[in-house]
Design a protein around this ligand. Structure first.
Ligand code: SAM
Length: 325
């Protein structure tokens, strides 16, 4: 809060300096058109202030706006009714702050050094990419339940399905809603820094909200050394979690194979390099494992790739444990 107040106090002038500069520039342009250098400089000056003010407004929101919003009675009511998957504001709004910074830089280059227009054009394109990434990350924070590809998973009342890396339960809730009779185990280490509180209390709250507490058991554990006996599950899902395992991805797949019953199916959802991920993760998307890498890892582990596809820009594969294994 102190940081917010300091920003507000020291930079509140940005808005009116920006507005006054823009007005002065416009007046000069219209009534004294022979002074283009001065009117351009005034407009540039105003533009910087306005964009700066917008960036500060975004930063304010990231730094504390959420906490302020949660105190407002009408938003508190909404919060009590909605699911909360704990995504930080920097994740959901960060790309849009990047857009403002890049557009400002592009405008500055275009006005101050027009010969460098290719750089300004690249920055504008990058900003457009970040804008799309902002839409995607914001949507993933706002879903009141996750969207999953429609694949064949065991759904009877004797079926037990593992959600590996459940986080705050976005996927668990979607599974529970789709498979009305099955039971689930939601496993996570619940220590991630990017989900508020590591996710366990939000998961409990989301399951209560979805009426799923009876059918979901929560387990703390590691995806690379699952705390379950062999052949414990009829099916498994892991969304955006095994791809977080770095050099241990294959070990994560091996563990999934081990705990599945023979013939069991595993729905894997991962980020792979491509345009969608480029908008979200930018150049970092180039370091993600590719679809071919995943297929190779899955078959090396002993899975057969039964199906694969894309939904909402994410890649999924249905991996099957051989019947005889
Ligand atoms: C991006 S979140 C995805 C959460 C959820 N599956 C969803 O779709 O919203 C990744 C989750 O994987 C969990 N995770 C990462 N590495 C893990 C590990 N080695 N063992 C267990 N959970 C892990 C994190 O704690 C986090 O909750």
């Amino acid at each position: 809060m102190k940081i917010n107040e300091a920003i507000e106090r020291n930079h509140g002038h940005m808005w009116w300096v920006g507005a006054a500069g823009a007005a002065a520039g416009a007046v000069l342009m219209i009534y004294v058109p022979s002074l283009p250098a001065i009117s351009n400089a005034l407009l540039l000056f105003a533009g910087f202030h306005l964009v700066g003010a917008l960036v500060l407004l975004g930063s304010l929101y990231l730094l504390g706006g959420n906490r302020i919003a949660r105190r407002l009675p009408f938003l508190r009511k909404k919060e009590a009714e909605d699911f909360d998957f704990g995504w930080p504001l920097a994740f959901t709004y960060g790309p849009w702050v990047a857009v403002l910074v890049m557009v400002a830089a592009a405008v500055a280059i275009q006005v101050a050094a027009p010969a460098w227009w290719p750089l300004a054009a690249c920055l504008t394109l990058l900003a457009a990419g970040f804008f799309a990434g902002g839409l995607i990350t914001r949507a993933s924070g706002q879903y009141d339940h996750a969207v999953l590809p429609f694949v064949d998973l065991p759904s009877g009342e004797n079926s037990i399905i593992l959600d590996g890396g459940s986080g705050a339960g976005r996927t668990t809730v979607a599974l529970g809603r789709a498979l009305k009779q099955a039971r689930f185990v939601a496993l996570d280490r619940f220590d991630s820094g990017y989900i508020s509180g590591g996710g366990q209390s939000l998961l409990e709250r989301n399951l209560r909200r979805a009426g799923l507490t009876e059918r979901v058991r929560i387990e703390r554990g590691d995806l690379t050394a699952l705390p379950f006996p062999d052949r414990a599950f009829d099916g498994a899902v892991s969304a955006h979690a095994i791809d977080h395992l770095g050099t241990m991805k294959e070990q994560g797949l091996r563990e999934m194979l081990r705990v599945l019953k023979p013939g069991g199916r595993f729905l894997l959802i991962a980020w792979v390099p491509g345009w969608t991920m480029f908008t979200v993760a930018n150049v970092f998307a180039l370091f993600l494992s590719s679809k071919a890498d995943w297929r190779r890892m899955a078959t090396r582990t002993g899975f057969a790739v039964a199906d694969e596809g894309t939904f909402n820009g994410y890649w999924f594969a249905v991996l099957k444990k051989p019947d005889a294994a």
